[in-house]
Design a protein around this ligand. Structure first.
Ligand code: SUG
Length: 447
């Protein structure tokens, strides 16, 4: 146990003003289904603020991660030259698909921003942060550099903290961050069992779309100096990846001593659950890990993919009990079967979940981003939290939320399609980022 209490800060990603439906992720069912439909960036951002408010009402400390400047001009400059406006206009005419990728607001899904290990997990007693390289998709690869810069700016004054550079994809290390990582522990303040879930091990059975390599997960565990007995590598079931489970957090979610997963989530099924149980029991004698599995009879993988049942957040409330924050779709789809399953879990005294709250994130959901995608969990000590609050204005309070709301209302478009990706939108995005960086006391990041 750490001498200081550890609090989880949840960093919620704010959707940017270029949020649109580009159909950019081939392995992501929602992204494909909604390609070309009209988005509402303003509503997307306001929905993220509602998520923040809901988390706060449950006693969670929430921070905001600002959007990145889009279109990402460095990508366009590899192909075009001239002024910023000329480059965007040329791309719109000659390479609209590239312009869409460069304009993606995908940095909002902060579960993919980085992998985190708190001081209590690491041999050197340091909070380790490794931004993900997001190498698999071009529209996401462009996030890594600015994510590294923004996380460095946010955590620069935080003691015992190291922000690493993203892993080198040249070595075959493909990393999608915390979406493929579960930290299991009797309580946030105790050392964790770090479960890294990967899709590709470099073998013939690797699905083409697998985004996380075993080598990347191993590299992160090593970089973070986590002792071997606190690390487990589990392979995703390749069949579910092919069904649209592009990250582990589409099929499994955890919090402290609870894992909620589909029975088909892992390649070795029950044996993988037994491995988790055994590693947990060895680390915490006398403690029980609650692994709740949902069978194919209760919810088909396809239904889980469409409703994002498992892309819920499980959070520990002030009273020590847990709440499930689920996407509204669990209520709207399949006659509310998902929600009924969740309510059944709440009524089962053998697990600590006693409340389910649904949240309307439909703007983000239409691109395959649910409640769990929009958050990055950062467990910090009390002195780290104090330093974080002292350095930057990232932790949300009523005043910051009001300022951010004003910025959204002033600058965000109400509707957007690919044909609106023009120089004017770029200038709007700059105005948003300038206003946000002032409000949040962060440097203006423009690559
Ligand atoms: O990487 N969607 C994201 C969704 C990320 C969800 N994150 C987690 N599961 N943690 C992705 O596929 C779609 C963008 C578009 O099509 O316009 C997109 O990138």
């Amino acid at each position: 146990m750490c001498s200081e209490r550890i609090t989880e800060v949840i960093l919620v990603g704010l959707p940017g003003p270029t949020h649109h439906y580009g159909g950019l992720s081939k392995d992501n069912v929602a992204s494909n289904l909604n390609r070309g439909s009209v988005s509402n960036p303003k509503m997307a951002a306001l929905q993220a603020l509602e998520l923040i408010r809901l988390l706060q009402s449950l006693g969670i400390v929430v921070g905001i991660l600002p959007p990145q400047l889009r279109p990402h001009l460095p990508l366009l400059k590899e192909h075009f030259s001239g002024s910023d406006e000329e480059i965007i206009r040329q791309a719109a005419t000659v390479a609209p698909a590239l312009l869409e990728k460069s304009a993606s607001a995908a940095a909002m899904w902060t579960a993919n921003a980085a992998t985190i290990a708190p001081v209590v997990d690491c041999v050197d007693g340091v909070l380790h942060i490794t931004p993900a390289n997001l190498f698999t998709n071009q529209h996401r690869r462009i996030e890594a550099e600015d994510t590294h810069r923004v996380l460095s700016a946010i955590f620069q004054g935080v003691p015992q903290c190291k922000v690493h550079v993203p892993l080198s994809p040249a070595l075959g290390l493909r990393d999608e961050g915390a979406a493929n990582h579960m930290r299991l522990t009797p309580s946030h303040s105790e050392k964790g069992l770090n479960v890294f879930v990967y899709g590709a091990a470099g073998g013939q059975n690797d699905p083409e779309s697998a985004r996380q390599t075993l080598s990347a997960s191993q590299a992160v565990a090593k970089l973070h100096q986590i002792p071997t007995e606190q690390v487990l590598f589990i392979r995703q079931n390749p069949d579910v990846i092919r069904e649209g489970v592009f990250h582990n957090d589409v099929i499994a979610v955890s919090n402290e001593n609870v894992v909620l997963a589909h029975a088909l989530a892992f390649d070795d099924g029950e044996r993988d659950c037994e491995r988790m149980q055994a590693a947990y029991a060895a680390l915490y004698p006398g403690h029980r890990l609650n692994i709740i599995t949902i069978s194919e009879e209760d919810l088909l993988v396809r239904e889980a993919v469409h409703s994002y049942f498992f892309n819920s957040q499980i959070v520990t409330k002030s009273d020590g009990r847990m709440a499930l924050i689920a996407p509204l779709e669990v209520e709207l789809l399949y006659e509310g079967r998902g929600l009924a399953l969740m309510q059944k879990l709440c009524n089962d005294p053998s697990n600590p979940i006693d409340e389910v709250r649904t949240v309307d994130l439909r703007q983000s959901m239409r691109n395959g981003g649910g409640p769990a995608c929009l958050r990055l969990r950062v467990p910090v000590t009390q002195s780290q939290l104090a330093a974080l609050r002292a350095q930057v204005r990232v932790v949300a309070d009523e005043v910051l939320l009001a300022e951010v709301t004003k910025i959204i209302q002033a600058h965000y478009p109400d509707e957007l399609t690919a044909s609106d990706l023009n120089p004017e939108l770029y200038h709007r995005s700059r105005a948003v980022l300038t206003a946000l960086s002032e409000a949040m006391q962060l440097p203006l990041l423009e690559s």
